[in-house]
Design a protein around this ligand. Sequence first.
Ligand code: ZN
Ligand code: ZN
Length: 242
Amino acid sequence: MVLKLMCPKCGRQVKKEDFLGKVCKVCFEEQNPEPMTLKISSIPLCTNCGKIYGHKWLPRKQIWDVIKSNIQFSQDNLYLISYTLKDIIMSGRQGVQANIRYYYKHGGKKIVKTFSKSLFLKTTTCPICGKIKGNYHEAIIQIRYEGKEEPKGVWKLIEQTIRPYEEDNTIAIQDKGYLKTGGYDLNITLKTIANTIVKNLRNAFQPEYKISHRLVGFDMPASKKKYKTTYLLRFPPSNESL
Ligand SMILES: [Zn+2]
Ligand SMILES: [Zn+2]
């Protein structure tokens, strides 16, 4: 014979192992609402490059990181077990359904639950794609050298520097314009990328260096003046040609 106990809350006869703390499982669920919630109901998605927004714009494959960082617990000692993500259509819009398995301990018992939530992918244009579409670049790097021969390794170093951005779906260089003699101009989408390129070139080649800023407008929402930065790098003739 199976020993049953009466739940003091609902009065049902319930097996001992179906008690959670002092009440039955059903009453326990009623008294303890879902301890897991998500702080977000949508995730911004750039329709141009496919990136999603968490604390910054990230490749789509990092969508779980974005979801995970928005999980809130109302219980201590809550542990994630596994998750699945499924692409879905929500009233004609793209979405993703997250199923998150987790457990927590209550009165010495391990309570396993699955939390499900559907999130909209809110289509938008990320700032970088916005700049590229608007043909806007924050910086220009002017590469200058003697004669027609580009110093060895300069372009290679630039390519190496921008590779991680390109892998990240960020167009670093919008345009490369050759001059008739001795150099080219690079239109760089973001100033931070330009800074990194210039820093690497200066470390490797010690070119003559000049930086200038030109006021190009005013960013209303941020109420900040917008500048375009020009870096001029004049390379000495390479040793081999001396
Ligand atoms: Zn009960
Ligand atoms: Zn984008």
